[in-house]
Write a protein that binds this ligand. Structure first.
Ligand code: GLY
Ligand code: MN
Length: 448
């Protein structure tokens, strides 16, 4: 009966005409500009990227490959993207124009009964819908690459693809074999230049990151109002899920962390299986993903609505450390994610020094040693977006500042985390500033 219902539901989906896209998509021109920017980093070569495959078990969740999504905004499985860099004429070699091709898989009509209609290259509106200049069938990929490499032999030595993808390895091997090369040439990792581009965000991405943060702030607000002694951590988790989805997110951007009492000191506790107790604090690190863009927020609350003197003291020191890091940030100069404190003016070092200067544990030791993780990370399509942390924070970046102090002996864990954007003047914009943060403001938000 269950599988019959599932099939009936799938049939209804197929006959439903032109469903609205599930995700907000930026204008085609934005994705096109990213592909052209990538082409300019290929040293005259050819890039091939693959979309995430549809899960073998159709009821498992699907999430597009982040680099593929960044370049295409395309959220269907199994496609490939080829970008050929333009080249000026050289000697006897004529100039080659920029070229981009999306390869779409053959429709799987059986699978479509379960997961809905997909676009294929035969659809007359395929180029318009994908926004890519040329659209071909997936089965044309190998032939197209072979022709490109045959016309421009040097291109066969300048392939950029995904070294961790079997399809990429097989494709390059096949190209080499059919061109009579002795062995497959090594190819460069295309993720490296794509991820360099992803480090800074354009206006459309920033708008989506704002929406992810706005929805996450709503979820955190609702969560704060609900927390009380006797509430299960999982109930809190459920409230967060409800509000994220209600406010337009497709899912949380990571497994929500709701850790009370001793578990407030466990950085990525996500069992969320305890019942919250009077007198404890609870760390809630939870946020959503809106149209593939993440937010990442943490607030710490007293379960009963009133911090004890010691909890308030530790809370104030974490908040002071965050404020010191915010004030100390200089775009183009300050590093983040420097837990070894290699840089004297990194945000980690500023926060660490602040904690050491402002509080002690039960044994008279400065509190900095209880700050046991990096102070932040880049945020984008991935909640931990790729970034070369040997580089300082740049204008256009979106990242977290999230100091924490975790003292298991006192059952006190405090983390405060917000998401920031550095604008073109180097000014910090707090995407999550609507959410209360001072101890008193948090207590107020908890009152019904
Ligand atoms: N929100 C989880 C983390 O940043 O690690
Ligand atoms: Mn984080």
């Amino acid at each position: 009966m269950k599988s019959f219902c599932r099939v009936m539901f799938a049939v209804t989906l197929i006959f439903a005409s032109a469903a609205l896209p599930a995700l907000d998509r930026q204008p085609n021109a934005d994705y096109h500009a990213r592909r052209v920017a990538l082409a300019n980093k290929l040293n005259g070569g050819v890039a091939i990227l693959f979309a995430a495959e549809e899960p073998l078990l159709d009821f498992m969740p699907y999430r597009q490959d982040a680099d593929f999504y960044y370049l295409t905004g395309w959220n269907e499985p199994g496609a490939a993207l080829l970008i050929e860099a333009p080249q000026a004429a050289q000697g006897t070699h004529p100039a080659r124009p920029y070229r981009e091709i999306m390869f779409l898989p053959t429709r799987n009509l059986r699978m479509e009964l379960y997961t809905g209609r997909k676009l294929d290259a035969a659809s007359p509106d395929a180029t318009q819908l994908t926004g890519v200049d040329e659209v071909k069938m997936m089965s044309d990929l190998a032939v197209t690459l072979n022709q490109m490499a045959a016309e421009n032999r040097a291109a066969a030595y300048r392939i950029w693809s995904e070294p961790d993808t079997e399809q990429a390895k097989a494709l390059v091997q096949w190209t080499a074999t059919t061109l009579g090369m002795e062995s497959a040439p090594p190819f460069s990792d295309v993720r490296t230049p794509v991820q360099l581009l992803r480090a800074t965000k354009d206006a459309g991405e920033l708008a989506l990151l704002h929406k992810a943060s706005d929805a996450s702030v709503q979820a955190q607000f609702a969560m704060m109002k609900s927390v009380h002694p006797g509430q299960k951590e999982r109930t809190t988790t459920g409230i967060i899920y409800e509000k994220l989805l209600e406010n337009g997110c497709e899912r949380p951007s990571y497994a929500p962390i709701v850790g009370s009492g001793e578990k407030s000191t466990e950085l990525h506790y996500s069992d969320n299986s305890q019942t919250m107790r009077d007198g404890d604090v609870v760390v809630v690190d939870a946020a959503g993903e809106y149209s593939m863009y993440a937010s990442d927020i943490t607030r710490t609350m007293p379960v009963n609505g009133h911090f004890t003197a010691r909890q308030r003291e530790v809370y104030g020191i974490v908040l002071g450390a965050q404020k010191a890091a915010i004030e100390g940030l200089v775009a183009g100069k300050s590093h983040i994610n420097d837990p070894q404190h290699k840089y004297p003016d990194s945000l980690d070092t500023i926060a660490f020094n602040y904690m050491n200067a402002h509080g002690k544990d039960l044994h008279g030791e400065p509190l900095g040693k209880y700050f046991i993780h990096g102070i932040g990370h880049s945020v984008g399509i991935d909640v931990h977006d790729p970034y070369d942390y040997s580089q300082p924070i740049q204008k256009g970046m979106v990242f977290t500042i999230e100091p924490g102090i975790y003292i298991p002996e006192e059952k006190i864990g405090v983390r405060i985390e917000d998401v920031f954007y550095v604008d073109q003047d180097g000014k910090l914009v707090d995407l999550t500033e609507a959410l209360p943060k001072d101890a008193e403001a948090v207590e107020k938000a908890m009152r019904k």
